[in-house]
Design a protein around this ligand. Structure first.
Ligand code: PLP
Length: 307
């Protein structure tokens, strides 16, 4: 809806990080625009601003900033590029509720932003839900109309729209849960600190890097290791569930084969896909549970080095 409201359509190109969940792309493709992928940085895992310039063409209309795993992208750099080339900058905040960039919350660092309240997100409804934010009053009014068949006054339709209304029951649940979000976010950050501390001497594991400009909200706590598949199997046998976010980079997904990308186009994103492992992360994790996960990881590498 954000891209649609900004007038993005067929013939337009939208810059999107290759290292994201596919939902970031659907906004562009639903508008009929062409997604143009860009590789990520090796330390933040977010879109690499230095690699955007070469992808900008006469058709480029927007850049989507995505805050992967709950850590803000480098918004000053992205805003600078957007301004220089007269592009819309919008944010995908689906994993980043309450995340900050230089002490300012994401969702207010671009023209407009989208949030997801899918049950597994840092703020989740009891079903599907989402929201958009903007500081632009005119755009806000347009969003309000677009979500309700393009009308402000019933049966008087001013703009194109659809039914994007949130179910009342989801709003009620979110209204209550919102009061706990600060506390839950702090819980995630504390859990991440304990993981960092306990894994600090494990040389085979690369821990997430919190960038100097970011307050990370750890939607996911993602480590890297060259022996990812073995480690995942080992942890699974110990009753520890882990995840891969994401196993196949977007440019190599079957659905985008018509875009003609190939293996090797985005080396960092491709490397990450082979090395990343998401450890258990949610506010209610106990210290004992985190110790158990980290002890198991250490056992894995000790046993390996003996073998
Ligand atoms: C979850 C998610 C979304 C939105 O997902 P919905 O299922 O539409 O709520 C968008 N982008 C990213 C990166 C996500 O992780």
């Amino acid at each position: 809806m954000v891209l649609w409201a900004l007038g993005i359509g067929p013939g337009d190109e939208v810059i999107i990080p290759a290292n994201t969940f596919i939902a970031t792309v659907w906004g562009a493709t639903l508008c009929g625009a062409k997604p143009v992928f860009v590789d990520c940085e090796i330390d933040s895992y977010n879109i690499d601003p230095k690699k955007i310039g070469e992808k900008i063409t006469k058709r480029t209309k927007a850049i989507i900033a995505f805050h992967l795993y709950g850590q803000s992208a480098d918004m000053d750099q992205l805003n600078k590029i957007a301004k220089e080339h007269n592009l819309f900058l919008v944010e995908d905040c689906a994993q980043a509720h309450l995340a900050e960039y230089k002490q300012k919350r994401v969702g207010g660092l671009s023209r407009a932003a989208s949030f997801s309240f899918y049950p597994g997100k840092n703020l989740g409804a009891y079903g599907e839900g989402g929201a958009v934010t903007t500081s632009d009053q005119e755009l806000a009014l347009k969003f309000k109309m677009m979500r309700d068949h393009g009308s402000d006054k019933k049966y008087y339709h001013e703009v194109y729209g659809h039914n994007y209304r949130m179910e009342g029951i989801q709003g009620a649940v979110l209204g209550v849960k919102l009061r706990y979000l600060d506390r839950w976010t702090q819980g995630r950050r504390n859990n991440a600190s304990l993981y960092n501390e306990l894994l600090k001497d494990v040389r085979d594991v690369i821990k997430p890097k919190e960038m100097p400009y970011a307050k990370h909200v750890y939607h996911l706590y993602v480590i890297r290791t060259a022996r990812r598949d073995e480690l995942q199997k080992y942890l699974d046998a110990k009753g520890i569930s882990t995840g891969l976010h994401y196993p196949v980079p977007l440019h190599l997904q079957k659905v985008f084969s018509n875009l003609n990308y190939k293996e090797g186009d985005f080396p960092i994103t491709e490397k990450l896909a082979k090395e990343i492992l998401s450890l258990p992360m949610y506010p209610e994790l106990t210290k004992d549970q985190i110790h158990y996960v980290c002890d198991s990881i250490k056992d894995f590498f000790n046993e390996k080095s003996k073998a």
